[in-house]
Design a protein around this ligand. Structure first.
Ligand code: ADP
Ligand code: G6P
Length: 737
């Protein structure tokens, strides 16, 4: 059976207003609400969100009607009061995140008060989702207003599959880092199992930000959290193509008596002025939409190409939006003024260059406009997607019409057949308006045909379907790890086996397994708790503790001198038994070091923050402290360069966590462990490690050994465990038995 989907967004798909004690219900505008409507009706779904009315506006007389509307529309209300609305909606969502994510950093304000409310309201949403979620439901959270919600839900209900989709751009790290609460916000989103963006650009900004702020490893499109895998992908949102295409068709063949007033007036105007072409723009009145640029560019066009005066009219529909935010208010005046100025300057008795509407319009009038306009001019300065561009193309049933679209809109990635412009380049816009007016019909048809085919295929149903399928798949990926993860039952089994055994050996890697990573290797020295734990284990004569590490013997000797553990250093070059001296496990030559060192030195110079560590039988390049992306890039280059050299010297390259190590071939932890086991008989063998170099150990230990990898990722070990802290917990249990 298809699982139920709970859609969660700040705004419900219906907007409720009160008019004379009566409810006035209209569909919500904006890409998100319009786009998800079809998912809502087809996926046995409930939609959780805010009605558009604050509690203070709702009295007992209208309450029943609201409840009724919620029920009829399969919606669940999240009640918001005046203060929530002010601080969460206008405040943090629209005065901090919206401008910041659209690169309007100068408009972004950072107020603790609005941040606190943002957290509280997200918690309010989380409580309502949790209250309504049934077993097996999928939760699909939408957009920047609810970025903390995934984590809040995941903490309480880890069983629920959670998807998060960001409908606006995810900015570059350099911009995101400005936010004082950047870490909390990222962690909030990472509560999801699947995170979706409109374009790959937003996705890569997100990866780079996660790497830099949280330091998680990312493999292809998977982020490895300590206890979970999160998948990230781009899903460009489509539109309900048929709805627009059919509505346009219906509009064209409608009987005169059924025509809307707008349609009649437009048709009459075009009949009276057969030479005039209409250029359309539709957007919310938002500073990201480049409305002022558009007007300026249009004015520039009229001056640059005066032969078109009287022959084009710009119809500009701006839908009121977030009018309480001062930047929006300012912008409204600016646009009013610009329109006034242009019309004042260019109008003639029978021609007005700009028709400006500041209001919302019903769907059928939207179609009237799409159908009657030969050109659409959309010039956002930043836009997550821009569905209007897609809707315009879908409405051109005769395939005629030219779309001029800003390259800053997510939609431009999929609509390269449009005339793509930079919204700050007035010359380019003016030239493209001229080209659009003069474009031969055949060319228009070729371009629109390609775009329409694509829009038909990647429609909103496909978008939602792809996202939901991916959400199902994520679960499969995660389950692979869950089945290997040490749970209470497995832990008990391991402890019982240990308890019953008479001769045990424990191979323990050090960094990442017994201690966490530090920026400088020398800082990761053992703490009192660790000494105590290992001592307690080693005191039992039935147990041999072997610390098997890539560290050099000097460091291990310094930290574990006089301890009753066996030490294996440099991945298996040296061994030291308790109360004995170090001895070489294998004899090796090190003449190669000089050549390799000169290569690595060059990488140290070119990669700030990286450094070289020289061990007796190996050289290691560390890049943990380097810029994460540069580090990865240089590591690949270094590996490339070393590959030809190592073959000549009988060396091999080991890739650990943020390190590249070159050492003599054949020396590895697996071989060293096998040597240590020798022909002795053990009835309990364990190996625990966290990185690639420990895979040799897991591979070579006998089949009956218990092998455990710390962290997630593909491994030859039998089990996974979350972190070094969990390793310590397990060792504590072994020590106590
Ligand atoms: P944003 O999401 O930033 O508002 P989009 O272009 O992605 O911008 O989406 C706007 C959506 O709102 C479109 O689906 C469009 O059809 C709808 N819309 C725009 N103006 C109106 C209007 N006046 N009345 C009804 N719907 C509108
Ligand atoms: C954009 C945002 C949506 C938002 C819509 C309308 O599409 O991505 O999250 O709902 O604009 O804005 P509003 O503030 O009215 O909800």
């Amino acid at each position: 059976m298809m699982s139920r989907i709970l859609i969660v967004s700040n705004r419900l798909p219906l907007q409720i207003k009160v008019n004379n004690q009566k409810l006035d219900i209209t569909p919500s505008i904006g890409g998100l609400a319009t786009g998800l409507k079809s998912v809502h009706t087809s996926h046995n779904s409930k939609w959780i969100g805010w009605t558009g009315l604050v509690n203070e506006e709702i009295d007992d007389t209208i309450r029943p009607a609201i409840d009724q509307a919620m029920k009829e529309n399969e919606c669940i209300e999240v009640p918001l009061n005046e203060a929530d609305h002010e601080l969460f909606y206008y405040g943090f969502s629209n005065k901090t995140l919206w401008p910041l994510f659209h690169y309007f950093t100068q408009y972004a304000e950072f107020k603790k008060e609005t941040w606190t409310k943002y957290r509280k309201v997200n918690q309010k949403f989380a409580d309502i989702v949790i209250e309504n979620a049934e077993k097996g439901d999928k939760i699909w959270i939408q957009d920047y207003q609810l970025m903390l919600l995934p984590q809040m839900i995941k903490e309480k209900r880890p069983d629920l599959s959670i998807g998060f989709f960001l409908h606006i751009p995810f900015p570059s790290f350099e911009v995101f880092r400005i936010l004082p609460w950047r870490k909390e916000l990222l962690e909030g989103v990472l509560g999801a199992d699947l995170i979706g963006f409109h374009t790959y650009d937003y996705e890569r900004h997100f990866f780079s930000t996660v790497r830099r702020i949280l330091g998680y490893d990312i493999y292809f499109n998977q982020i490895n959290l300590p206890d979970r895998i999160v998948v990230v992908d781009s899903f460009p949102m489509g539109i309900d193509f048929d709805k627009f295409y059919n509505a346009a068709q219906e509009n064209k063949y409608r009987a005169i008596k059924d025509k809307t007033t707008v349609q009649r007036e437009l048709e009459k105007y075009l009949l009276d002025n057969p030479k005039v072409k209409l250029i359309l723009s539709i957007d919310r009145l938002d500073y990201t939409k480049g409305i002022a640029n558009r007007l300026n560019a249009f004015e520039y066009f009229l001056n640059k190409y005066p032969e078109f005066k009287g022959k084009v009219t710009l119809i500009m529909l701006a839908v009121p939006s977030r009018a309480n935010v001062s930047e929006y208010k300012k912008m409204k005046s600016e646009v009013d003024e610009l329109v006034g100025r242009i019309n004042g300057e260019f109008s003639t008795i029978d021609w007005v260059p700009v028709w400006y509407f500041y209001r919302s319009m019903p769907f059928e009038n939207l179609i009237d406009l799409y159908v009657s306009s030969e050109i659409a001019l959309l010039t956002p300065i930043r836009d997550g997607m821009n569905l209007v561009a897609k809707e315009y193309v879908a409405s051109q049933i005769d395939k005629k019409g030219v779309l001029i679209l800003s390259e800053m809109a997510g939609a431009a990635h999929e609509m390269s057949e449009a005339l793509v412009i930079n919204p700050n380049n007035y010359d380019e816009i003016a030239d493209n308006i001229k080209d659009a007016i003069l474009m031969p019909e055949e060319e228009q048809m070729v371009r629109n045909n390609i775009m329409q085919e694509r829009l038909k295929r990647y429609n909103v149903k496909k978008w939602a379907g792809d996202f939901i399928n991916a959400l199902n798949e994520v679960h499969k990926v995660q389950d692979q790890f869950v089945s290997k993860k040490i749970n209470d039952r497995l832990e008990k089994q391991i402890v019982d086996q240990f308890k019953c055994s008479l001769k045990r050996i424990l191979f323990l890697d050090y960094d990442g397994t017994l201690v966490g990573f530090k920026n400088k290797p020398e800082d990761a020295r053992p703490d009192a708790e660790l000494y105590n734990l290992l001592d307690q284990l080693a005191v039992n004569r039935k147990t041999e503790i072997v610390l098997i590490s890539g560290r050099d013997k000097e460091t291990l000797a310094k930290w574990f001198d006089n301890k009753k553990y066996t030490l294996i250093a440099e991945h298996g070059v040296w061994i030291k038994k308790p109360d004995k001296d170090w001895r070489l496990i294998e004899q090796m030559n090190v003449e190669w070091k000089l050549t390799i060192r000169s290569v690595i030195d060059m990488y140290v110079d070119r990669t700030p923050g990286s450094f070289i560590e020289e061990k007796n039988y190996s050289l290691v390049w560390h890049y943990r402290k380097a810029d994460p992306e540069l580090g990865i890039k240089r590591a690949n280059e270094l590996k490339d360069e070393l590959t030809s050299l190592v073959a000549n010297h009988n060396l091999e390259i080991l890739e650990g966590k943020k390190v590249i190590e070159v050492k003599n071939i054949g020396v590895n932890k697996g071989r060293a462990a096998v040597q240590r086991l020798g022909s002795r008989k053990y009835d309990c063998i364990m190996g625990i490690g966290d990185d690639w170099t420990d895979e040799y150990l897991f591979e070579r230990l006998p089949e009956e050994a218990v092998t455990i990898k710390v962290g997630l990722g593909n491994t030859k070990a039998t089990y996974n465990i979350d972190s070094f802290l969990k390793v310590r917990q397990l060792l504590r249990k072994l020590a106590n038995c």
